[in-house]
Design a protein around this ligand. Sequence first.
Ligand code: GLP
Length: 241
Amino acid sequence: MKIIVVEDYREMSKKAADIVASQVILKNDSVLGLATGSTPEGMYSRLVEMHREGTLDFSSIQSFNLDEYLGLDPEHSQSYHHYMHHHLFNHINTDPNNVHIPWGQASDMAAYCRNYDQQIAAAGGIDLQVLGIGGNGHIGFNEPDEFLSAGTHVVDLTEETVEANSRFFASRDEVPKKAVTMGMGSIMKAKKILLLASGKGKAQAIKDTVSGNVSTRVPASFLQLHGDVTLILDEEAAALL
Ligand code: GLP
């Protein structure tokens, strides 16, 4: 694992945007795996700025998002569909046909999940996967458990994740208790992985990810088995390394 420690959130966002931009410039039809959450917001706003400055063309880029809440209206302000359009897609020149975000309202979720994986494979796989990390070590919505799933699947969110994400909703009751997420196999098949973490709330999860046992209890620890992972951490997130 390559670990880059920077001073603060702003520097983390800048560095992450530079890495994504290099990928887009290197291969203008790259397939990007994208994440949501508060962590990558600064990276997206820097990418939008770079696009406005004329340095980044997303017209041939394909993207696959990691996850979405189950049953939440895509128009809901906390849906990941809304997040991605608000923070990125409304401001850049991606072709809407090339944007893929898991659909949490499919009538047959199992068939939908299989199809999502087939679409990733048909696109040639993910060139660069961006990840955040949950305080409990989850990536996407692959929660700590006795086992992990390889493909896209429906998950029950842990109490801890529901609690953590309740800050975005009017009340805890409104937080969906299920989600659809790319599985560990889909993430691990990405050619390159970029994981971002900021703040002291992530320090223990980062320590476990980097130097703990590879364990389904810390899904991000599986990244130790991948050949091309870069972590960009601010000083607080790196404090226990
Ligand atoms: C959410 C998302 C993850 C994200 C994580 C951390 O539940 N499903 O993809 O990485 O939690 O979120 P944040 O960046 O807001 O701390």
